[in-house]
Design a binder for this molecule. Sequence first.
Ligand code: SF4
Length: 68
Amino acid sequence: MHITIDTNVCIGAGQCALVSPDVFTQDDDGFGTVVPGRENTEPGPLVREAARACPVQAITVTEATTPA
Ligand code: SF4
């Protein structure tokens, strides 16, 4: 699975970092970003909740697995 944030859409609401701080954080400008190294993490319920909570739907959780 792969987690991405569309930085063109993100408004820096910070919901993702609030809901799932293990996987999401905020950059220096306050925009959401995936914690380095967690892009391909196995998303738990909190990641899905964070994606759902994002007010602008900037978070994409791709189900497809990538070859290791
Ligand atoms: S919740 Fe959405 S809008 Fe807010 S920081 Fe995260 S990705 Fe950006």
